[in-house]
Write a protein that binds this ligand. Structure first.
Ligand code: ARG
Length: 276
């Protein structure tokens, strides 16, 4: 007797359901190996210029009060994202944060190694627009010079490090799962610099964002899976040993077709030089 269409459907549906169950219950690849999302542990010696911005008064003792990242670009100059010092992040004016610190040389935020510097001066780009998020840069000036080994060179305009396809590394202590799970130790993820056209079509100025190639650069993987996330902001994106970007924004984290957007360092290098 020929099988009825119904039983054929079930015959197909059962293996499909079984396959789905495997996909759904299999552990996500490399859960223990995720920054940054999809990343892996970084050693401070590989990225000594990666710093944490912290306030224990605002963000608690446990992870040294870390709330953003940053990068050392000169003996006393540290760059971060302007939005890290916004009311939205701090809940108050940054000038009212009495225990703002730049932490250098601490891989594990639960430990005490490295040095905590209160910034001697803070400059937040007054042109930073909350609307389209262009010019997301702030400069913290340290009162003491740090050794040259702790600094990273900024990429200039036309640097080949901005070519699409270049391999890029982002560093941070931010959310590793996209659900508020913050890293205790520094992590890094490898992504690729993307063409401006890709970023513009991902963020054409709709509710998800407005990509501005003059002041931003974006990076990610075609299928997502690796990205910066909340808490990584202000942290470095590095290509060929040069600082090319600072974690700025994105729609979700590690979502396919929604790359991470970074402050384009070459576009703010003059501002950094003037205020560092
Ligand atoms: N705005 C976030 C922060 O303050 C950074 C988000 C980066 N998002 C991304 N998908 N790359 O930490």
């Amino acid at each position: 007797m020929p099988r009825s269409p119904r039983s054929l459907l079930i015959a197909l549906a059962v293996p499909l359901a079984a396959a789905l169950a495997i996909v759904l219950t299999a552990p996500a690849p490399a859960t223990a190996d995720r920054v940054v999302i999809g990343g892996h542990p970084a050693r401070t010696v590989e990225a000594p210029w990666t710093v944490a911005l912290a306030s224990r008064a605002l963000f608690g003792e446990k992870r040294s009060g870390q709330f953003c990242g940053g990068a050392v670009v000169g003996p006393t100059a540290v760059v971060t994202a302007a939005h890290c010092l916004s009311r939205g992040v701090l809940g108050k004016d940054w000038r009212e944060v009495r225990d703002l610190k730049v932490i250098i040389g601490r891989n594990d935020l639960r430990k005490k190694d490295g040095v905590e510097y209160p910034p001697a001066r803070v400059w937040v780009n007054p042109a930073y627009e909350g609307d389209n998020r262009a010019g997301d840069i702030a400069v913290l000036t340290l009162g003491v010079a740090v050794p040259a080994a702790y600094t990273i060179r900024m990429a200039g305009t036309g640097d080949q490090a901005y070519r699409p396809g270049e391999r890029a590394a982002v560093y941070g202590w931010g959310d590793t799962e996209g659900d508020g799970t913050y890293a205790s130790s520094l992590r890094t993820a490898t992504v690729r610099v993307l063409a401006d056209s890709v970023c513009e079509s991902a963020y054409p100025g709709n509710a998800e964002g407005d990509y501005d190639p003059r002041s931003m650069v974006c990076a990610g993987l075609p299928d997502g899976g690796r990205d910066a996330c909340q808490g990584d902001s202000g942290g470095p994106l590095v290509v060929r040993g040069r600082l090319v970007g600072l974690v700025s924004w994105g729609s979700g984290c590690a979502v396919a077709g929604r790359p991470g957007v970074y402050t384009r360092i070459s576009s703010v290098a003059d501002l950094v030089a003037a205020h560092g």
